[in-house]
Design a protein around this ligand. Structure first.
Ligand SMILES: [Zn+2]
Length: 559
């Protein structure tokens, strides 16, 4: 008992250092004016929790300020993700991060460009010592933008603790919110081969329009529940995530989650928390009130039997969900389930020779393919499903388990290249087809006569060959005739299969910074001192994932 008490005290202390002590810190806002959240903390995104707040700016070029004293500790520029990003390390040990920027403050910008020229790379990830750019509370650091994977001007803003774990920034800033969340859907799931919902061994969803759901649901055996709910805020028309969920069965608290902080290390565990199949196949974002054995998320404040409830007693039970935003505005829904003792046989047969354990290493092989799951790849134990289909050009199509089952970590697939001519082996890629017949390509590593990839998806896998180089389409090439003065040159480039790996741009034979934005396939050279007045030569070399090369050359004119 004493031990437990000490652990609780320790946990409380850790937590208060993370969050509770922060209000007194009095951070200043990173932007002028009212903070408008077009996205909030831990919102359920595809394959990740949203790590911070999305601050809507309406336009690009707004000043971004340091919330408190510290220094620029990291600058990262990438073709996708956060685009132009900056990180500050603060004197209180926390880290703040800003993404989708247009550019950095002038002196920082110059320093970064020098580094890019030195390294001859557009994409850089630079860690800075404290003496290079110290910043004071409220000091300008950058300008807002729409770079990287952003579809509307905003700043992605994060606050992390000293272990680099994102904290809910709304503990630091007061954002007005008088609107309650809305519950959209409830869901009921069978949790064992023998349990059922409304006489069938499958989950159901019911739309919610008020505080009560009239349907009485029949349940038998091990069952868990799920909920889809969103929050709304004053001054902005945006559907955000909720802060807390409480599930009660017969007035007993079964599961309680709160979005105070999370760890990037466990970020992928979101796919175990949500209804992964419905997320993939519909727009529903249902949060399970069930914790899989290998789900390590911090959000669970309390759980009874991991959220699983056993129903065998022929009685009616009251189920209630209460959700809240961070300001305490609440919404609730109540419904009844009729528990039954009647057993049913659904004829489910399992082959125990392919029972894979989540806490062990698992291996599987068949002629032409071998699969390796390191320990803790899976969220829970499963009966592995595998089939081989013929008829493909370079290798069979392999069905590797079920694409609607989520994985926690990467596993290794090695597929034989015996069906690929020697001259083409270097151009071989692994392709995955999903339920919509969309193809995802993986560039692998050749090991002997096998091509190996690490992936976090199940589904249909085979081999394809990519012999086609990227295709370049000019967009904006300033010429002598075009008197409309332009300060940049732009082309688009796409690749059919393996995707664009790297590129290099040259002006009059000298390497220059060519920006690549993956979301619109644009390559842009903003004129700098490498372009002279008058006629210039531009050359762009673009490689795809298997090193097929396209060289694009053009003249351009600087007026
Ligand atoms: Zn964001």
């Amino acid at each position: 008992m004493k031990k437990i008490f000490i652990i609780i005290v320790l946990l409380l202390n850790l937590f208060s250092f993370d969050v509770n002590s922060c209000k007194s810190q009095n951070y200043v806002k990173p932007l002028d004016g009212r903070l408008l959240l077009s996205g909030n903390f831990c919102e359920l995104r595809s394959n990740h929790f949203h790590g911070g707040l999305d601050l809507r700016t309406g336009i690009v070029g707004k000043s971004v300020y340091a919330p408190t004293d510290g220094y620029v500790c990291r600058i990262k520029i990438s073709r996708s993700g956060y685009g132009y990003a900056i990180y500050l390390k603060h004197s209180d040990g926390r880290i703040s991060a800003y993404g989708h920027l247009q550019r950095y403050r002038k002196d920082i910008d110059r320093w970064v460009k020098n580094k890019q020229y030195e390294m001859q790379e557009f994409e850089v990830d630079l860690y800075l010592d404290s003496n290079i750019f110290p910043v004071k509370k409220g000091e300008l650091i950058a300008y807002s933008g729409n770079s990287g994977y952003s579809f509307g001007p905003h700043v992605h803003f994060e606050i992390r603790n000293e272990n680099d774990e994102p904290l809910n920034p709304q503990f630091f800033y007061n954002v007005q919110d008088d609107l309650p969340p809305k519950i959209k859907t409830i869901a009921v799931y069978p949790a064992s081969d023998k349990s059922y919902v409304n006489n069938e061994h499958r989950s159901i969803t019911i739309p919610v329009s008020g505080e009560y759901v009239a349907n009485e649901i029949t349940v038998h055996g091990a069952i868990y529940f799920g909920i889809e709910a969103y929050d709304y805020l004053n001054y902005i028309n945006s559907r955000n995530g909720i802060y807390s969920v409480k599930l009660f069965v017969d007035n007993k608290l079964i599961l309680h989650t709160e979005n105070r902080k999370f760890s990037y290390e466990h970020g992928r565990d979101i796919n175990s928390m949500i209804d992964y199949k419905r997320r993939k196949t519909t727009n529903m974002r249902i949060q399970h009130s069930y914790i899989a054995p290998n789900n390590e998320l911090y959000q669970y404040q309390k759980s009874e039997n991991q959220g699983i409830i056993e129903f065998y007693d022929n009685k009616v039970h009251k189920v209630k969900y209460v959700v809240a935003d961070i300001k305490g505005n609440q919404a609730s829904v109540s419904f009844r389930v009729k528990s039954t003792s009647e057993d049913k046989d659904f004829g489910i047969k399992r082959d125990s020779s392919v029972l894979f354990y989540y806490d062990r290493e698992n291996n599987f092989s068949q002629p032409g393919i071998s699969i390796h799951f390191p320990e803790k790849t899976l969220f829970e134990n499963m009966f592995f499903d595998f089939k081989t289909f013929g008829g493909k050009k370079y290798a069979p199509m392999y069905k590797i388990h079920d694409e609607f089952v989520a994985l926690k970590n990467y596993y290794l697939i090695s597929i034989s290249l015996a069906g690929v001519a020697n001259s083409l082996k270097e151009k071989a890629v692994v392709v995955r087809k999903n339920f919509e017949n969309k193809t995802e390509t993986y560039c692998g590593e050749i090991n002997g006569d096998y091509l190996s990839i690490w992936t976090r998806s199940f589904g249909f896998y085979s081999i394809a060959v990519d012999t086609l180089p990227p295709v370049v389409t000019p967009q904006n090439i300033p010429t002598v005739a075009n008197k409309k003065i332009s300060k940049h040159l732009k082309v688009r480039a796409t690749d059919n299969l393996s995707g664009i790996k790297n590129w290099a741009g040259f002006v009059n034979g000298q390497w220059v910074i060519v920006e690549y934005n993956k979301k619109n396939n644009e390559f842009t050279y903003y004129f700098d001192d490498k372009a002279k007045h008058g006629q210039n030569k531009f050359k762009l070399m673009i490689y795809d994932g298997v090193n097929n090369l396209t060289i694009y050359e053009t003249g351009f004119y600087v007026h």
